[in-house]
Design a protein around this ligand. Structure first.
Ligand code: GLA
Length: 381
């Protein structure tokens, strides 16, 4: 893949590029907790975006996307939100300008194998890869967390998704064979070895439902959580986010919240508690217990947070039938995309054919399945 991107770059721009690889991510558990200042447990994976990029001595940025063979350009003098994928790049450049960095024009070719809209965060990979590239080419000296924040703000201001920090964080801090526990308030984080990689594989099953509702409904969920905090602050003075409450505290004031807002708040507080428990079990190598928490997370995402869909529920249900699966749940923003499944390594093939045939019988399409590995974060190659 790198060779292909390089070749295209040489063909279009006739000079030598810098190569950046920028991974997608999984999240073991802790969904929709990041923008509530809670906890997440993600990792960077082997699916990635690749950039071939070089400065061009002008005020124009030329970007060729190999996944749809489309070339787009924008001027550094007038960056504002436009149509489609170029927003993710323009957003990054705009955010760097906002921080006072002098930007320079560049040529680049971008490609990759992260399925789009599959909950593996191709957008954070596009953003993170470009920040890493520009930091290197312009000698900006940015720290990794600062880069993640730039990617997150790019996403807020250009595509307009008010995402948390998890995806950009994972993309930029990933480390081979380690999951990361991130406190999304303090931004402190800790690596946990994922010791099971020989015995268990992380298998992603793509519902092939493109999560088109995701951005609008995502912002609605975020607003509902904020509304819950506003109401509950009358009873728990000084709380800043759902991170400051546990599930019992939310249950105590159920009648003060609208039913939907109550469900959202209950889910987030329960999910935060699940992340804590999952880490304790990971440290004791109790993968079955982690798996049980994953199933509970799926239930909550489906029933209380309402970000699943029939296809994802079906995939999680299929996993539950299989003894070789320790746990499974929908992953990412929701409304489509993938489930994450922890599957005994020597039974992966069996699992994949079971899932594909049963899903095909029900929905008339064969889900793509990706057996992933945990890898390093975005880097210059
Ligand atoms: C998307 C967002 C993340 C996070 C997840 C849900 O991937 O980009 O910030 O909120 O959804 O956990």
């Amino acid at each position: 893949m790198i060779a292909q991107v390089k070749d295209k770059f040489h063909q279009l721009f006739e000079k030598d590029p810098v190569i950046v690889t920028s991974p997608g991510r999984i999240n073991l558990i802790g969904e929709h907790t990041d923008y509530n200042e809670g906890f997440v447990l993600p990792a960077a994976i082997d699916k990635k975006i690749i950039y071939a990029i070089a400065l061009n001595g002008t005020d124009t940025c030329n970007v060729y996307a190999l996944f749809n063979n489309e070339q787009r350009s924008f001027s550094l003098k007038d960056i504002k939100p436009g149509e489609g994928w170029i927003n993710y790049l323009m957003g990054v450049v705009y955010q760097l300008q906002q921080r006072g960095f002098e930007m320079k024009g560049f040529d680049c070719v971008v490609s990759g194998d992260i399925p789009i809209g599959a909950g593996m965060s191709s957008s954070a990979a596009v953003e993170g890869g470009l920040v890493v590239a520009l930091d290197h080419l312009l000698g900006l000296g940015l720290g990794r967390m600062e880069m993640a924040r730039i990617g997150q703000l790019a996403e807020h201001t250009f595509p307009g998704v008010k995402c948390g920090i998890m995806d950009q964080f994972a993309n930029l801090h990933g480390r081979k064979d380690q999951v990361m526990l991130l406190d999304c308030r303090s931004l402190e984080f800790q690596y946990f070895p994922f010791e099971f990689s020989a015995a268990y594989k992380i298998v992603l099953c793509n519902s092939m439902v493109h999560h088109s509702l995701a951005s609008s409904e995502y912002n609605v969920r975020r607003a509902q959580c904020e509304e819950g905090v506003e109401v509950l602050r009358a009873y728990y003075p000084g709380i800043r986010s759902l991170r400051d409450l546990n599930a019992e505290q939310v249950e105590q004031y159920k009648d003060k919240l609208s039913p939907k807002v109550y469900d959202r708040c209950l889910f987030v507080t329960q999910e935060n508690e699940r992340v804590g428990k999952a880490c304790a079990h990971l440290q004791k190598n109790e993968l079955d217990e982690v798996g049980r928490l994953m199933y509970a997370s799926h239930e909550g995402l489906s029933r209380l947070y309402e970000v699943s869909c029939p296809e994802l529920d079906f995939l999680a249900g299929l996993a539950r039938e299989r003894p070789e699966v320790a746990g499974a749940r929908m992953m990412g923003g929701g409304f489509g995309g993938c489930t994450i499944n922890l599957v005994e390594a020597d039974k992966v093939d069996e699992f994949i054919s079971f899932i594909q045939s049963r899903y095909n019988e029900k929905f008339g399409k064969v889900p793509e399945v990706y057996v992933t590995s945990i890898e390093d974060g975005a880097k210059i190659n």
